[in-house]
Design a protein around this ligand. Structure first.
Ligand code: AMP
Ligand code: ZN
Length: 115
């Protein structure tokens, strides 16, 4: 855990979050500023800054985040309509919290492309 990291503090329970999923590897909670009817952040329990900091030993963990995203899309009822998974990496992409996360966004028709 990185002491100053917002998401590490949500995972540990030090800061409240609306947790919708948790297992030994990952936690998911609702985004505080939702961009769509469903907006959930899926994060590894272990602190990793961003995609740029990934190591080959993290491959299973990152796959697990996508697996959890798919399960949550089903439980949110958006798997049939479709949804978007986003991982912003670095300043140019608008990453604001440097604990790697996958945004699960859905429940409405979205514009494409971004950028
Ligand atoms: P990013 O800009 O990709 O790093 O995404 C960070 C996300 O974290 C944004 O969508 C924020 O709305 C969200 N966020 C910031 N603080 C909190 C919080 N305390 N609880 C839940 N989500 C948060
Ligand atoms: Zn962290």
């Amino acid at each position: 855990m990185a002491d100053a990291c917002l998401f590490c503090r949500i995972i540990s329970g030090e800061i409240p979050g609306t947790i919708v999923f948790r297992d030994e590897q990952a936690t998911a909670f609702r985004d505080i500023n939702p961009a769509a009817p469903t907006h959930i952040l899926i994060v590894p329990n272990k602190h990793i800054d961003s995609v740029s900091a990934l190591e080959s030993k993290d491959e299973q963990l990152i796959g697990h985040l996508f697996s959890v995203a798919g399960q949550l899309a089903k439980s949110e009822g958006i798997d049939q309509g479709g949804y978007r998974l986003i991982t912003n990496t670095g300043a140019d992409a608008g990453q604001t919290v440097f604990h790697i996360h996958v945004h699960l966004i859905g429940g409405q028709r979205m514009k494409h492309p971004t950028g």
